[in-house]
Design a protein around this ligand. Structure first.
Ligand code: ARG
Length: 322
């Protein structure tokens, strides 16, 4: 962990590793590990609270315990580092209680000249996070752009965006607006595929979709309208299809480092399939962060998505909506 300041303490290993991985039961391992997902920005939970309710999981009378939250957050850091990943740490602003969900700060793209598309949050309560993200990315050599700012222009929240199989896969509806997809495609010069999210409890795409490697992904069709669910299933060569009940454990809100999947929860059926495919499941309990409506993917923002390798350049950009 590359802590920006000193009170983070040393991460303790609190996660339980799965005891065994049976490679004999399923098809041979795919060689196509996800190329990105080994370097993350996280926001230290110094001021994590539930001050307002902008998703169905947030309740003002169910506040996170700060001591438990810090221990869980440190366990996420430790699990990422144990799997060979790196974590950069940004301090939390006192008036930004949701800033711990670093995934939503922006979409970072590493390139010869790295850039980030800063989020333009749907809810004004979260827009106070953007100047801090802007400053952090500026200080780390990223040029910054946005598709909207301060309530003007399209909303975009980076928890809706994934680089996968050369394209930018985006969920839109509850948070990101359809218009943002066009801006992202044109501004970045990439191919964008949009899927309409309709489930109120799966308001970011990272709650219902998790790329595992170059051909496999967890997908919960119940999060999308019928056309988008069908199109997303068609996009994924080997889907691990989640029921609504399974997805609401937040099992898709996981990060993948090579063959290791760091998960907040893993229903048995999902674990069996992941292990059959040769993945190691590492569970880190993040119950305090579920009170704000987020888990492990939400707490982490990948810094190593690379243009060219992970996103194919498309002159003028292109958008396909389901
Ligand atoms: N309370 C936060 C919000 O509603 C939770 C964000 C979860 N983040 C995510 N990437 N899904 O915005």
């Amino acid at each position: 962990m590359n802590a920006g300041h000193t009170n983070a303490g040393s991460p303790k290993k609190r996660h339980a590793r799965s005891a065994s991985v049976d490679h004999s039961r399923g098809p041979a391992r795919s060689t196509g590990e996800l190329p990105w997902g080994r370097s993350y920005l996280m926001v230290e939970p110094n001021h994590f609270r539930v001050d307002y309710a902008i998703n169905p999981f947030m309740h003002l009378d169910d506040q996170p315990d700060p001591v438990r939250a810090r221990a869980q957050w440190l366990a996420v850091v430790a699990a990422i580092e144990a799997a060979g990943g790196r974590v950069e740490v940004l301090p939390q602003l006192p008036d930004a209680p949701d800033m711990v969900y670093a995934m939503n700060l922006g979409l970072a793209i590493d390139d010869e000249s790295p850039q980030v598309v800063l989020s333009h949050m749907r809810y004004p309560q979260r827009r106070v996070e953007t100047p801090a993200a802007d400053e952090w990315f500026a200080g780390h050599g990223f040029s910054r752009r946005s598709v909207g700012r301060d309530g003007v222009g399209a909303h975009f929240e980076a928890g809706d965006a994934f680089a996968w199989r050369g394209e930018l896969v985006l969920g839109y509806g509850p948070r990101t607006e359809e218009l943002a997809l066009k801006h992202l495609a044109v501004d970045l010069g990439v191919g964008v595929r949009g899927f309409r999210i309709t489930h109120p409890g799966m308001y970011h795409m990272d709650l219902s979709f998790c790329p595992l490697d170059e051909t496999r992904a967890m997908v919960c069709p119940a999060a999308y309208d019928d056309a988008s669910a069908a199109a997303l299933l068609a996009l994924v060569p080997d889907p691990l299809v989640l029921t609504e009940e399974e997805a609401l454990t937040f099992c898709a809100n996981s990060v993948v480092l090579g063959r290791t999947v760091v998960m907040p929860a893993c229903p048995d059926r999902v674990r069996v399939q992941l292990e059959r495919w040769g993945f190691e499941v590492v569970i880190v309990e993040v119950g305090e962060f579920l009170k704000g409506g987020g888990a492990i993917r939400c707490l982490t923002n990948p810094l190593d998505v690379r243009r060219g390798r992970d996103l194919a350049p498309v002159a003028g950009g292109s958008v396909v909506l389901a």
